[in-house]
Design a protein around this ligand. Structure first.
Ligand code: COA
Length: 256
């Protein structure tokens, strides 16, 4: 387990918390491994009925650690980020997510695979894959257009601008928006309501809701991952990562 991923069980709810506040909860390889292990344990443990992901009242996660993208980039399906995504996508029990503050990259796309999502009115979402010289991941190139239509998905993925909780709710990422100090308790209350529901019926309902797109989603995940790995080695990504490290704006003008 990583000190940056905290887990605790409360009345049948497994709470998985990002806890690397000084780096805005950026996700390292060790954190992805810890997240995968926590999901595998929650899937195995019959006492766990629901998983609840959260960060703090000021930050959910700034997405993949950009230093890791340079030093330890994913190389294939076995890489920690892809193993985590598969564990989340195939997780059989309900998943609830409570988001406050920054939810960048996978911090937004993981919401596509969570079943019920709440956010604080301070939440700030962003999908900066193109901005970083990368491409969509986590099945977002399939699921976002399905959820919100081509034009809104294009706007969010091509421009990669920050969007607020109201917009995130309008396009379908969120079930509800609350004050930051209330989001976690609303999510936990909902999770506890689910623990009182019949567990097998919930698992079946979740799997029926997702079954129609499973094969296509797996195909899209593989295609996205292949491109994503290639893009990480591109000159555009190198410029974006250097700019982040040097705290300056990237300059893509010399690339075709
Ligand atoms: N990877 C590595 N370090 C990160 C990080 C990330 N994804 N996000 C933030 N950090 C680090 C910053 O480098 C900074 O470190 P420092 O104190 O050693 O300089 C620290 O966390 C605080 O971040 P800062 O940018 O000062 O906070 P902010 O409140 O001004 O902005 C964000 C928060 C999330 C908007 C901003 O940090 C950001 O855009 N991060 C990059 C997000 C990103 O591109 N993720 C990849 C998605 S694929």
């Amino acid at each position: 387990m990583s000190e940056y991923i905290l887990t605790e069980s409360q009345d049948g709810v497994s709470i998985i918390r990002f806890n690397r506040e000084d780096k805005k909860n950026a996700l390292t390889l060790a954190m992805y491994d810890a997240l995968t292990a926590a999901l595998e344990e929650a899937a195995r443990d019959p006492k766990v009925r629901v998983v609840l992901f959260t960060g703090s009242e000021t930050c959910f996660t700034s997405g993949n650690d950009l230093v890791d993208f340079v030093n330890n980039p994913p190389t294939g399906e076995d890489s920690p980020v892809f193993r985590f995504l598969q564990a989340l996508i195939s997780f059989p029990k309900p998943v609830i997510t409570a988001v406050c503050g920054a939810a960048v990259g996978i911090g937004t796309t993981m919401l596509l695979h969570s079943d019920i999502n709440f956010a604080g009115d301070n939440a700030k979402f962003k999908l900066p894959f193109a901005n970083l010289g990368l491409c969509p991941e986590a099945g977002s190139s399939l699921l976002m257009p399905l959820m919100m239509g081509h034009h809104r998905a294009s706007e969010l993925l091509l421009l990669g601008k920050t969007f607020d909780a109201q917009t995130a709710k309008e396009v379908g990422f969120l079930n509800g928006i609350h004050a930051p100090q209330e989001v976690f308790s609303v999510a936990l209350e909902t999770a506890k309501q689910l623990t009182a529901q019949p567990a097998a019926a919930l698992r079946l309902t979740k799997s029926l809701l997702k079954q129609h797109q499973q094969d296509l989603l797996q195909q899209v995940l593989r295609t996205e991952a292949t491109h994503f790995i290639e893009r990480l080695a591109s000159p555009e990504a190198a410029e974006a990562f250097s700019a982040f490290a040097e705290k300056r704006k990237p300059d893509f003008s010399s690339f075709d």
